[in-house]
Structures are given as C-alpha cells and as structure tokens.
Design a protein around this ligand. Structure first.
Ligand SMILES: *Cc1c(COP(=O)(O)O)cnc(C)c1O
Length: 408
C-alpha cells in the first residue's frame, strides 16, 4: 500500500488490499461542505426568497387563482425564453407533461417506448398511461443517462425498420419513441442518441424534468427531442408547488399540446365546444405566479448549486473510496442533485453510509429502484442493464438545495 494513503481513509486488512470507505469521514466532509446548521439538512428544499409572496397575493387579491390568468402565459414565455424552445406549455405536473409529450409524439396503445431503467417512476408511468409498454435501456457511467452506443448495438440486434416504422422483432410491437432522461441534471449524450434515433426512424422525447438550467454543447436541454418535459415539483430546481411544462420547437405541436392539455376546448364566447378527448392538465394561475417569481431567481439558484457542487468536489477529492459525480466536458449541469459514487469494491457499504448520514441529520438517498425491478414493470422488455445496476448499487444523493451553496 502506498505510504501516502492515510490510515483514516483506507483500512488495510492483513493480506489483500480491501479499500473501505471511512464513513465517519464522509459524514464529517458533508458537514464541512455545508453551512453550519442545527436543523436536519434536507436533500432539496425550495427557496422562496423572491417575488413569490407578491405574485401570489396578486392572484388572491384579484381572484385569479385558477385555470385562467395572466401568470400562466407569462410563465410560459419565461420558460421559452430561458430554454430557447419556441414554445413552452405549462401543465399541472411533470408526469402529465411526459404523458402529453408521448401522445403528441404519436405513442399509441400496444407500442413500446424505450426509456432508461435508471429513472424516476414518472418516466415509465407516462408510457403506461398511453397504453404502451416501457422498454428499458441501460445507462452509461459518464452521464448516468441512456447509453447511445449500447442502444445502437441493441437495436441492431432486435429492431427492424419497415416503411419508416421501427418494430421490435422479438415482440412484434412497434417501437414508437425513445425517451432519455437527464439524470440529476446531467445531460445525456444528445447528439449520439439523436443519431441512433434517426437511424432507426424513432422520434426522441426528452424527460428534462431534472435539467432546467442544464446545457448540452451550449444548448439548453429539451431542444433536441421533438418534445420534452419539465417538472416544477417542490424538490426541483424551480418549483411552482406542483407543475410541469412541455417544450417544443414545433409550432404546430405546441398549439396541439396547449389545446389538448386545456380540455380541447374550441374558443367561443359562451358555448362549451370540445373537438377531441382532452385533458385537464392546466397549471393554475396561482402556481404559475410562483413559477414567475422562481424563474427570476433561476440564474442565482444555478450559481449557488454550482458553488455547492464545486465545494463537494474539492472536499471529497481527499476522501478515498468515493467520488462526486461531475458534469461532462461538453455539458453544463444544473447540479440539481449532487451524488457521490462509491468505488465498486465499496458498494456493500452504501446502506451503512445512508444510515450514518441520515442518522446524523444529513438527508441522503439511494438512486431510484430500477424500473425493471418494480412489480408492474417486471415483465417489460429490456436490454442488459448492468451499468444501471452498478450505478444503483453505489450511488448516494447528498444535500443539494440552492440555499446551501449561497455562502460558498
Ligand atoms: C420529477 C420528475 C418527473 C416529474 O415529476 P412530477 O412530480 O410529476 O412533476 C418526471 N421525470 C423525472 C425523471 C423526474 O425526476
């Protein structure tokens, strides 16, 4: 063993070198990175320090709290401007946004949609809402998101394109879309995935629920897919209490999404006319009011979150057995959630680490249970998922609220 290895971070056994994580040291390093606070530290809490009160009061004072009001349009404009997407349609949550993205991309009952196994449940649920089957793809270690090279190899093996439509030769089902997700705010390799999608005539939809403020090669995430979904749940970078949005650069799709998420009502002075089965997925004006106030603060949130991540990266550089997940050279992550990855040989210490941190008031969480392990998705088609399984086994999310980085 190199003499420079400190006894505190590496425990040697008598013969072979077994690297262990010094768990008390991880707890101490987290404490050192975070501002001193007696209260338990949450994983991600909202920061409501701007015009939230003022705008919400405006809604209350005027009575415009519900499904009509000026804040909805203002919020949509702010989102489109910030992301560079031609159109943003605000909806009541990110899951609804995903559902509508898939419907608008043409997903129909009986289809399959390729989604990562390593994702929040909403990604797979949205596919099921369409009567379609999620088909699980592996992640790559670098981005934690869908692996384009592995996807291509897999599709070469199982897929067949007939008259511009992609079929799964094993199940006979149409593969209707590919929906990668920008995991914890780290952009997937969009160019490579887009190429694979084009090669197999597959529309791409981006689950950008976690990546508001994340850029891939200088372009905001959510602009490569035909449509993409954002979430403004309470734990996301920007919150409206609950909410979401659909982004698209296709004006026609944008109009269609607005129509179908607002009960497909045909404009008329008084009559109730609806020209298709629509959804009441509207974002209430009072939530949009919060969203406008939050968007004003987004650049500040992103600065704080980056500062916090840099602090974690610096301090954990000296702790062996773990590393902080960082952005790729061509990407800019919003660092929505910071994560530490245990070395492969330390994976068996993940639960002890989760227990020690949570018991000392520092909230940490494992990665999501992979989708193919859940009872309702167990029988779904999937490729080899060994990297996703590896990430699941040794990833731990650590406190990441913007407020924690403000003093950095
Ligand atoms: C948060 C999130 C969603 C949407 O969640 P809602 O709570 O419905 O807003 C979708 N996908 C991923 C990956 C998410 O993290």
């Amino acid at each position: 063993m190199p003499a420079t290895w400190k006894g505190s971070s590496v425990t040697s056994t008598t013969s072979d070198r077994v690297r262990r994580v010094d768990i008390p040291r991880v707890v101490a390093t987290l404490r050192q990175a975070l501002p001193p606070s007696a209260a338990p530290v949450a994983l991600h809490e909202p920061r409501l320090a701007g015009n939230e009160w003022r705008y919400a009061k405006e809604c209350l004072d005027t009575g415009w709290v519900s499904s009509a009001g000026a804040f909805v349009e203002r919020f949509e404009k702010m989102l489109a401007e910030f992301t560079g997407a031609r159109r943003a349609v605000a909806v009541n949550n990110g899951t609804a946004a995903l559902h509508i993205c898939l419907l608008a991309a043409g997903v129909r009952p009986g289809d399959e949609v390729i989604v990562p196994a390593l994702t929040f449940i909403a990604t797979a649920n949205a596919v099921a809402y369409c009567g379609a089957t999620p088909h699980f793809a592996d992640s790559e270690m670098a981005t934690l998101g869908m692996d384009p090279r592995k996807l291509e190899e897999y599709l070469r093996d199982i897929a067949e394109v007939k008259a511009g439509t992609c079929f799964n030769r094993r199940t006979g089902a149409r593969i209707a879309a590919v929906m990668p997700m920008h995991t914890f705010g780290h952009p997937v390799d969009l160019d490579a995935l887009n190429e694979v999608c084009q090669r197999f005539s597959l529309p791409m939809v981006e689950d950008a629920a976690e990546s508001l403020g994340s850029y891939y090669k200088g372009k905001h995430t959510g602009n490569v897919g035909r449509l993409s979904a954002l979430s403004f749940n309470g734990n996301k970078t920007v919150t409206t209490g609950g909410g979401g949005a659909v982004l698209t650069n296709d004006e026609e799709l944008g109009r269609m999404v607005k129509h179908v998420t607002t009960t497909a009502r045909v404009p008329h002075k008084w009559a109730f006319l609806h020209d298709q089965v629509g959804y009441n997925y509207r974002l209430p004006n009072i939530n949009a009011a919060l969203g406008c106030a939050q968007m004003e603060q987004l650049p500040g949130f992103l600065r704080s979150k980056r500062a916090l991540s840099e602090r974690y990266q610096r301090l954990f550089a000296d702790v062996s057995g773990v590393r902080v997940v960082t952005e790729q050279a061509h990407s800019r992550s919003n660092y929505w959630l910071n994560n530490i990855l245990l070395d492969a040989e330390c994976a068996d210490q993940r639960d002890a680490l989760l227990q020690a941190t949570n018991e000392s008031g520092l909230m940490t969480r494992p990665a999501w249970t992979l989708m193919h392990r859940l009872p309702m998705f167990r029988e779904c088609p999937r490729m080899d998922l060994s990297t996703a399984e590896d990430i699941e086994a040794r990833l731990v999310s650590i406190p990441s609220s913007a407020v924690l980085g403000e003093g950095c």
